[in-house]
Write a new protein. Sequence first.
Length: 108
Amino acid sequence: MNNPFPMRIPSNDIPVGSVLAFAGEISSPEGAQQYVSPMEAWGWMLCDGRMLTVSQYPALFATLGYRYGGQNDQFRIPDYRPEPASGTGTGPSKVNDIRDAAYIIKFS
């Protein structure tokens, strides 16, 4: 599988629970079922507030606990998705705005 990161990142040196801004592709191909993105195959997932099972992600749970929600055998990861644009302003475009980046969290 191709590395989704354009530069070599020593994954073993990055602690579980680290969050990065990521400007690469994060969505699955249309119609794909049980799609594992290259990002997830490399141990990263989108910070989208999803619930995870403690037994499936014990290292991430050890770092986050119930800080973002959850109980018993489930915990929530942070939700850092961009807020929808408010208003219909006519100002200049913010094509390279960091708020449009996806945030990913290291889970393994």
